[in-house]
Design a protein around this ligand. Structure first.
Ligand SMILES: O=c1[nH]c(=O)c2[nH]c(=O)[nH]c2[nH]1
Length: 306
């Protein structure tokens, strides 16, 4: 009875962070009549000596979120955007080194891709927003060390054969027929963590690294004769670890986009693995981390929290 009342009553502030989320910035770089586009969605999150603003409302340590937004746009002009990672590193360094009360900056960036529209007119300034993946990065800086985690979401892929699923556990609730030739489809959400952590190390070529990591995960998806999505996932991560020495950890979240064979017998037709019903839910959700041996797992288990 007394136990509840005897607990200390004073509430204390826990983890806190603040900043401007989802600053949409489009940077055009002109090379004569040829234009280049970077299209980003940048979210800034700062933390440090922020007790007072929460306890008393004193804003003495608070760089306004409006200023963080302005900084994103000013940096796009002043420094350009070579890569989402480079831009995020620049911003994080600025906030932590220019403001004494700010001890940690986390910059999250989504990047939307544009392809050129091929045409016979003048100039190269027409673009088609590609419906493929969204590229992602998160930069965290505490004034001495960096953590860069990049990746992608919404990269939808399908193998129309070379996938089986059988030999699984069967209990009294199991109805799934074993499959010896099925469709394997997923929408890839992935993150990979770089082993670049301090300024003394040479930074990776972020653009090449992204393109190559994506190439390897796609090739692994295509080339793996799959006995389960789990096996395919592991191969996708392993291929990145094997080919990209700057990456120590890869995590994937792969929804199994089920394709069920339609029963055509009522119509007197044989379905020879040709006609499927594409179900959107529920879906199997296969998630795992692949690490370079000896390295620590630091990417959060739930990628929606990153
Ligand atoms: O690749 C798969 N892995 C599973 O764990 C699973 N479970 C299931 O019902 N279908 C599949 N497919």
């Amino acid at each position: 009875m007394a136990a509840v009342n005897s607990r200390p009553a004073r509430p204390v502030l826990g983890q806190n962070q603040y900043g401007k989320a989802e600053n949409r910035v489009v940077r055009i770089t002109r090379d004569g009549a040829t234009h280049h586009i970077k299209d980003l969605n940048v979210s800034v999150s700062l933390s440090g000596d922020m007790d007072e603003v929460h306890y008393s409302g004193s804003n003495a340590n608070v760089l306004p979120t409006d200023t963080t937004k302005n900084t994103v746009y000013a940096f796009a002009k002043e420094h350009g955007i070579d890569s989402a990672e480079q831009f995020g590193i620049h911003l994080a360094r600025h906030f932590v080194t220019s403001q004494e009360p700010i001890h940690r900056a986390r910059i999250r960036i989504e990047e939307y891709a544009w392809d050129r529209i091929e045409h016979s007119g003048e100039g190269a300034h027409s673009f088609l927003r590609t419906g493929q993946e969204t590229r992602l990065t998160q930069i965290t800086y505490d004034g001495s060390s960096w953590e860069v985690v990049s990746g992608l979401k919404d990269l939808t892929v399908m193998n129309s054969t070379d996938s089986e699923f059988w030999g699984y556990v069967k209990d009294k609730y199991t109805t799934l027929p074993e499959a010896h030739d099925r469709i394997l489809a997923t929408s890839v959400t992935g993150r990979w963590r770089f082993n670049w952590t301090d300024d003394a190390q040479e930074a990776p070529d972020w653009e090449t690294s992204y393109e190559d990591a994506k190439k390897h995960l796609l090739r692994a998806f295509a080339e793996t004769y799959s006995l389960s999505l789990q096996q395919t996932l592991y191969q996708m991560g392993a291929r990145i670890i094997e080919h990209r020495s700057e990456i120590d950890e890869v995590r994937f979240s792969l929804p199994n986009k089920h394709h069920f064979l339609v029963d055509l017998e009522p119509f007197g037709l044989k379905n020879d693995n040709e006609v499927y019903f594409a179900a959107d839910r529920p879906y199997g959700l296969i998630e795992a981390t692949v690490l370079r041996e000896g390295c620590e797992a630091r990417i959060p288990v739930d990628l929606t929290n990153l």
